[in-house]
Design a protein around this ligand. Structure first.
Ligand SMILES: Cc1cc2nc3c(=O)[nH]c(=O)nc-3n(C[C@H](O)[C@H](O)[C@H](O)COP(=O)(O)O)c2cc1C
Length: 457
């Protein structure tokens, strides 16, 4: 090499075409609301051609892509996926498959298909289309039967391409700051982004499955506030802030009962929701009280606020008098005796400790103010299901949690408040939302209490 030769230019120089293309690529975000219009077959073929320019392990190119464009098949694809409703309205759903037989112990075939998929995504994006990569395709046997895929091929995911509906959310999921995800010459990562795992001699990642993760740490105390805040702040973006997202059909009726336990509030009153996460309760609270009641959303991460505010907009609900407020380590930012009612639906069991937050809720409530607090009960069929099954799965996107004994929650509440009303929801492990009164409530899935701050506090 000639030592006097100028160094090669950096890959991207501001103002050059490369820089403009990279900026455009960085602006890509997933779309989950398509308008259903068709895209020319030639355009989809061009995107597929771009995709296979990706590298592949040993150049095997052992991938196979099945384009599903027929409306009837897309509807079936949506039904098989379970949750990915956008499959029905995209223009083309490209199933990502590979031929089984080679892995090089590092899933290199999976890495190769992933590279091709992302290349197709970027191609589609540059050509002006919207897209989303999906691992949530559902039962692959049902898909193989639908598409005639032989057993020697695996169906790994699906890339949905289309044109966005005008109303589709236009915000990009937040990215972690650089120092959290990279280091030079040795491993370094800030403590809040290092999540706990159960003690084990080794952590072979191929042992981890959705329904069976021997390393999953579900105890929020092992995580601590900072790591819970960090995890939830990004995980909420697993979905777009669309109307109805994160509203579980199973949980829906319980939500109605919990919200009905709150008191009526006049316009101008202040209602506090703690750790609302994806806004499933916040939207219902807005519907019940309207924009005249101040809705304080005490969250651990500003990313969750961004998500909830857009979700309110998507559901046609006013953002007026919504106060996005951060809290940390269980300490609320509100002034003493400033809140008329507080709502903590199934969040105590997500906290590393509960004494600080309960004292804080008592502090910020006005004398005579009401709090409705519910918790998943470990002394229930649900508790049994949690111990035997659920807690062996991956930690869910709403963060780690551990059900609490209803009696313990009651004792903790009684230390700060007068208990006005208490009941249980459902003796079944899941699904049912029947109210349970009397002594049996101690064994219900959810323990719900309406408590009051005594006027003398
Ligand atoms: C491998 C993979 C699988 C994904 N699976 C799904 C899925 O099944 N459903 C879905 O709604 N989003 C899915 N996503 C989209 C991610 O949630 C999304 O990329 C992420 O939240 C970042 O948002 P952005 O793509 O808008 O930047 C998947 C993404 C990847 C890379």
């Amino acid at each position: 090499m000639n030592p006097s030769a100028p160094p090669p230019p950096p890959a991207s120089i501001p103002g050059t075409p490369a820089d403009a293309i990279l900026a455009r690529l960085a602006a890509r975000f997933s779309c989950r609301e398509f308008d259903g219009s068709p895209i020319d077959r030639a355009e989809i073929e061009a995107i597929l051609c771009d995709g296979v320019e990706a590298p592949s392990s040993c150049n095997h190119q052992n991938w196979h892509f099945i384009v599903v464009s027929e409306p009837e098949l897309k509807l079936r694809a949506r039904d098989i996926s379970g949750g990915n409703l956008h499959f029905a309205h995209c223009s083309a759903l490209i199933y990502l498959c590979f031929q089984k037989g080679w892995t090089h112990d590092k899933f290199s075939i999976v890495q190769s298909v992933a590279g091709a998929c992302y290349h197709m995504m970027l191609s589609a994006h540059l050509r002006g289309y919207a897209c989303i990569w999906n691992a949530g395709i559902g039962d692959t046997d049902a898909l193989a039967a639908m598409l005639g895929v032989p057993g020697t091929f695996e169906i790994q995911g699906a890339l949905a391409i289309g044109r966005p509906k005008p109303s589709a959310p236009k915000i990009k999921a937040p990215r972690r700051p650089p120092a959290e995800t990279r280091s030079w010459n040795r491993f370094e990562r800030p403590a809040h982004a290092l999540y706990p795992a159960r003690p084990a001699p080794a952590y072979p990642y191929w042992r981890i499955r959705n329904s069976d993760n021997p390393f999953a740490e579900w105890n929020p105390a092992a995580w601590g506030w900072d790591r819970i805040a960090d995890f939830r702040g990004y995980a909420v973006w697993a979905k777009s802030p669309l109307a109805g997202v994160y509203r579980s059909r199973r949980q829906g009726d319980a939500t109605t009962l919990e919200i009905a336990t709150l008191p009526d509030l006049p316009d101008g009153a202040h209602l506090l929701e703690v750790m609302p996460w994806g806004g499933t309760y916040s939207t219902e609270l807005r519907r019940r009280y309207g924009a005249g009641v101040h809705l304080h959303l005490a969250e651990l991460s500003p990313h969750n606020h961004l998500f909830i505010l857009e979700r309110l907009r998507q559901e046609g609900l006013s953002g007026a008098n919504v106060h996005a407020e951060l809290f940390a380590a269980g300490r609320l930012p509100h002034a003493d005796a400033s809140i008329d009612a507080a709502f903590l639906p199934q969040v105590l069991e997500h906290m590393p400790e509960t004494s600080t937050i309960l004292a804080e809720v008592a502090r910020v409530l006005k004398p005579g103010g009401i709090a409705v607090i519910s918790a998943r009960n470990s002394r229930s069929r649900y508790g049994l299901y949690y111990r035997r099954r659920l807690s062996r799965e991956m930690v869910p996107n709403q963060g780690p949690f551990a059900p609490l004994p209803a009696a313990t929650v009651r004792t903790r509440l009684a230390a700060h408040f007068a208990i006005v009303e208490e009941f249980g929801i459902s003796l079944a492990a899941a699904g049912d939302a029947t109210r349970v009164d009397g002594w049996l409530r101690r064994f219900a899935r959810l323990y719900v209490a309406r408590v009051a701050k005594s006027a003398s506090r």
